[in-house]
Ligand binder design. Structure first.
Ligand code: XMP
Length: 319
């Protein structure tokens, strides 16, 4: 019979020992860490698992559908999808300050998650995708300014007030070990090698005030950027690649008419640890293709710029 790797076997045994016969809730974000936690729990205690995916309306193109599909293809567990786009757009309406956007998204996420979790009867545990570097970083943040540069919010950061005991099976692992575990558990490469995506999602890539229309524009452009990088075979050679919609209009020309539309930035970085990063030296032909396609295909964008800032002093995300 097909066997999981020893590593996965050991992790499964540990989860079973901690959880016993109780019910576990697990948040899915579309990211690698939560996918691996969910896969591990599904193998270890499948029928006792309930997963919750909050669609905050800030996900990438087709992301909710992809997560649901990938997940139900691999596991037969209870999955709750919370359609919360309208709520999030409402609390973000009129807000352009980056920290305030993050704060509101974080609070709304907790509210949504809490409400859905309350519908799961008899849950005792909450599973989180905390990794070893998160454990170190949050310890370090006590006497450093690290966590005040940007308010971070994760599926891995729900407050104790929810009243669950935590299951954090990845607490001792680094990212490469999480990927190895994911592969051993049978997750597809597409999930295991997915670039990180921030909890506040497209909100921190749609600069200034958020509207549904701007998000739609950004989603289309981002899909082209990532699609072309994948088509060029460079997705795994970059650490993160995405589009940022700038709150800047500039003059252009289309046919014989003048346009006055938004500028879009392409951000693509290489990094080992996300604490420092270099901008990716992508081939000019690829950048040209991205630019041509975005300007021709995405309504409302007439200019594309490439971000050539390294971290520090710039950060990877623009907000
Ligand atoms: P920055 O922009 O600080 O980002 O250079 C470093 C890494 O962290 C990700 N990031 C986040 N991840 N919640 C997350 O889960 C967040 O609020 C958040 N903000 C930034 C960012 O995408 C990059 O990988």
């Amino acid at each position: 019979a097909w066997r999981l790797g020893d590593f996965a076997d050991e992790m499964i045994a540990r989860v079973r020992e901690q959880v016993g016969s109780d019910r576990v809730i697990c948040g899915l974000s579309g990211g690698v860490d939560s996918a691996v936690v969910a896969a591990l729990l599904a193998k270890a205690i499948g029928p006792q698992l309930s997963c919750i995916l909050v669609d905050n309306g800030l996900l990438r193109k087709g992301e909710q559908e992809a997560v649901v599909r990938e997940f139900s293809d691999h596991f037969k567990t209870d999955l709750h999808v919370v359609e919360a786009e309208e709520q999030f757009l409402r609390v973000l309406s009129g807000v352009s300050d980056p920290q305030e956007k993050r704060r509101r998204i974080g609070n709304e996420f907790i509210e949504c998650f809490k409400a859905e979790a309350a519908k799961v009867e008899g849950a005792r545990f909450l599973a989180q995708g905390t990794l070893y570097p998160d454990v170190i970083e949050s310890g370090a943040a006590v006497d450093g300014p690290a966590d005040t540069i940007k308010l971070h919010h994760n599926v891995g950061g729900l407050p104790a007030e929810l009243g669950f005991e935590l299951v954090e099976p990845l607490r001792d692992l680094f990212k490469d070990e999480v990927r190895r575990l994911g592969l051993q558990l049978g997750l597809p490469e597409e999930i295991v090698w997915r670039h990180p995506f921030p909890g506040p999602g497209l909100a921190v890539r749609c600069l200034g005030e958020i509207t549904k229309e701007k998000l739609e524009t950004l989603r289309e452009a981002d899909d082209i950027v990532v699609g072309e990088i994948k088509a060029a075979g460079l997705y795994r050679d970059t650490s993160q690649a995405f589009a940022v919609l700038l709150p800047v209009q500039s003059v252009g020309v289309m046919g014989d008419s003048r346009t006055y539309e938004n500028a879009l930035a392409v951000r693509c970085v290489n990094t080992d640890d996300f604490m420092t990063a270099d901008w990716s030296h992508l081939p000019h032909a690829l950048l040209a293709k991205i630019s041509t396609r975005v300007i021709n295909e995405v309504k409302g964008v007439n200019r594309v710029v490439y971000d050539i800032s390294s971290k520090p002093p710039a950060t990877i995300e623009w907000e």
